[in-house]
Write a protein of this length. Structure first.
Lengths: 164, 150
């Protein structure tokens, strides 16, 4: 029999020591987590250089003031079914396999791109912001609440009607 | 079963080394790893967070001890258990089709596929050879002289 008492004793030691070291080394991070100082979806801006995360009020300001251009990172089908009013469709899954620079060039100059995806913990918007940053885009905002938060707040939206 | 000591040492070095490498990469950015775990959508955030803090250290420790030959069989089995868990996790995630329409895995998404399962399976095979070969200095169980039949 391979799972002897000795195995459990030694395995307990290795796992226990790993746990103690892991918790001790990250004590500062644990305190930060308890205080609620960490992003709930564990998204660090460091992992997505070029992306500045914004919340709904900031997104609304950029929308209302007209300084922002909303960029929908979801699929074309999702975009057609409904999107933030005036948004451009830039589906991440397609863009990353084609020519990101062409899409960066298509962003209207003088406007702050605000990238969004479905909302919740979707990461497509962050991935798109990172891709754009790598291909020469300037500052980009990421609206993490995304489509879900936008419609929940009853803000302007539109959809692409089926061609008749 | 492999009995060649040099070969067994190379297997320990390979698997242990890979576990140390994987652990060190994750230790460097636990928050990032917590996000990767969250993306599997199997555990609540607090569990993902704690796992991200602890699991990389267990990987490093088990990998290092396997290379050094301390608790050899235990660490080989522990690593085997982790590999089985990873294989099941990736398979379940693929079956659930989580990444289909949102690209939600970031850079990790490209790795959570059949090639990852295959890599884990190869490592599992290698580390099981170490586990079955027995402890240093002792003959492997199957190599012990059998009692003569009555």
């Amino acid at each position: 029999m391979i799972l002897t008492k000795r195995f459990w004793r030694e395995a307990g030691f290795v796992v226990g020591l790993g746990a103690v070291v892991g918790l001790a080394v990250n004590a500062r991070l644990i305190r930060e987590y308890i205080k609620g100082g960490l992003n709930p979806a564990f998204i660090s801006e460091r992992a997505y250089p070029g992306a500045v995360l914004i919340s709904l009020p900031e997104a609304e300001d950029l929308f209302a003031g007209g300084q922002g251009i909303f960029v929908d990172a979801r699929s074309v089908e999702e975009f057609q079914a409904g999107h933030i009013a005036g948004a451009m469709s830039m589906p991440y899954e397609e863009i990353r396999n084609t020519d990101p620079e062409r899409f960066v060039a298509a962003l209207p100059p003088g406007k702050m791109p605000v990238v969004y995806c479905s909302g919740g913990d979707c990461l497509t918007s962050l991935a798109l912001a990172k891709l754009f940053a790598e291909h020469g885009a300037g500052e980009i905002r990421v609206f993490q609440g995304g489509w879900e938060e936008w419609i929940a707040a009853g803000l302007p939206r539109e959809k692409v009607d089926d061609p008749e | 079963m492999i009995r060649n000591k040099t070969l067994l040492f190379i297997l320990r070095l390979l698997v242990g080394g890979l576990f140390i490498y994987a652990g060190v990469l994750k230790v460097a950015d636990p928050v990032d790893f917590a996000r990767d775990i969250s993306n599997y959508r199997l555990v609540p955030p607090v569990i993902a967070f704690l796992t991200a803090l602890v699991l990389p250290w267990i990987e490093i420790l088990a990998g290092a001890l396997l290379v050094l030959g301390v608790f050899r069989r235990t660490n080989a089995l522990l690593i085997a258990a982790m590999l089985v868990f990873f294989i099941v996790l990736v398979a379940v995630t693929m079956v659930r089709g989580i990444d289909v329409d949102c690209g939600c895995f970031g850079t990790f998404s490209r790795k959570a596929d059949w090639t990852l399962i295959l890599e884990d399976a190869v490592m599992l095979f290698m580390v099981l050879q170490v586990a079955l070969a027995g402890e240093a200095g002792k003959p492997a169980p199957a190599a012990r002289p059998r009692k003569p039949l009555p």
